[in-house]
Design a protein around this ligand. Structure first.
Ligand SMILES: *Cc1c(COP(=O)(O)O)cnc(C)c1O
Length: 219
């Protein structure tokens, strides 16, 4: 396997201070272990049960990031260990994360997911919903979650200008949010196909799967 080489190739292109989340969804334990042995410690998964099985089997110094759409009834399975939840897009979900974090005496770091792409299928908040969420009194009472920043996915397209515009828009929203909340420091944008553009536009965290592990096999 070429995982170590792939990781090294990507890392030399990442400016200092940018976190690489190795997206290991659908990949087996041995594959993740190979990346771990090459020094990678931050992994991203998009299904809570799959992530939990992997967490149970792998070294405990791994930081697990939930990057997919979160089902509220499954938050309890990751509350004990998850490092960062990228895909938060409702107050209802934040309340559930808060409740489950409290049971474990933790404060769970979260990113709010913004809808920046043209596609209808992608989850996320629009600017009005973001405003409403952070202004609500219920939000301000949640002591077991900490909003650390924003996450977004650009349109899946060859059109680099379109991707650039979408990331720019997310960055602008991020800078505006910084003025309103304390501790906003993470801008999660960029995947295998577009992380170069994302970095140019101010990403602080890239989520890369296929460029590290090869194409995924959904069977
Ligand atoms: C799968 C996934 C990625 C990684 O995608 P690649 O194109 O394989 O790099 C990044 N972010 C999210 C939210 C994903 O679901």
């Amino acid at each position: 396997m070429w995982i170590k080489e792939n990781l090294e190739k990507i890392k030399v292109t990442l400016p200092k201070g940018i976190t690489l989340v190795a997206v290991s969804k659908t990949k087996p334990i041995e594959t993740i272990r190979e990346a771990y042995e090459a020094g990678q410690r931050v992994f991203g998964e998009n299904k809570i049960q799959e992530m939990t099985q992997k967490w149970e089997l792998l070294p405990k110094d791994i930081e697990w990031h939930m990057i997919g759409h979160v089902q509220r009834n499954k938050v309890k399975y990751m509350a004990e260990y998850v490092s960062l939840v990228h895909g938060v897009d409702s107050l209802k979900l934040l309340k559930e994360i808060n409740k489950q974090a409290q049971k474990h005496n933790r404060v769970i770091a979260c990113l709010l997911q913004m809808h920046i792409a043209k596609e209808e299928t992608k989850f996320g908040l629009n600017p009005e919903e973001l405003e409403e969420l952070i202004a609500s009194s219920e939000f301000r009472e949640l002591n077991h979650i900490k909003i650390k920043g924003l996450m977004g996915m650009a349109t899946f397209t060859e059109d680099a200008l379109r991707i650039k515009n979408e990331f720019q828009y997310l960055k602008t929203t991020f800078e505006a949010l910084r003025k309103k909340l304390d501790g906003i420091e993470i801008l999660s944008m960029g995947m295998s196909g577009d992380y170069g553009i994302a970095i140019e536009e101010g990403s602080t965290m890239v989520r890369i799967g296929s460029s590290i592990f090869g194409a995924r096999n959904y069977s």
